[in-house]
Design a protein. Structure first.
Length: 122
């Protein structure tokens, strides 16, 4: 497996791609949340005992598609060597010049800020 590393210059070049990925992560997560709610509204939890409506089947198909595409988008981050912060999903952790996340950068998708990784300071 190729180990990715980013110095200050290369991480700056990476930011437009991270912005795009972050936007897609946010949009897909919002869509999943909305579709989950729609499944509940259509009686999705009780539908196993009876025939599902066409509307429910359509929403479940859309939900499965959104979840699959979210996994693909998360995979794009992995291919770059980056990871989502589990506590803050729109925060992306970027490996440093030694390939270690702990010595890298943190990009906050909400604030659009880049700073040295908080783990390195600890």
């Amino acid at each position: 497996m190729k180990r990715h590393s980013y110095d200050t210059t290369s991480v700056q070049r990476l930011l437009p791609l991270l912005r795009s990925i972050s936007m897609e992560l946010r949009e897909r997560s919002d869509a999943i949340e909305n579709l989950d709610q729609r499944v509940l509204e259509l009686g999705g939890r009780n539908a196993k005992r009876r025939k599902k409506s066409d509307a429910l089947l359509d929403v479940e198909a859309d939900l499965a598609n959104q979840r699959r595409e979210l996994r693909h988008t998360q995979g794009e981050l992995t291919k770059l060597g980056c990871v989502q912060d589990q506590d803050h999903p729109l925060r992306i952790l970027i490996p440093g010049s030694d390939g270690e996340i702990e010595h890298g950068f943190t990009w906050d998708g909400l604030a659009d800020t880049l700073k040295p990784n908080e783990l390195a300071a600890a």
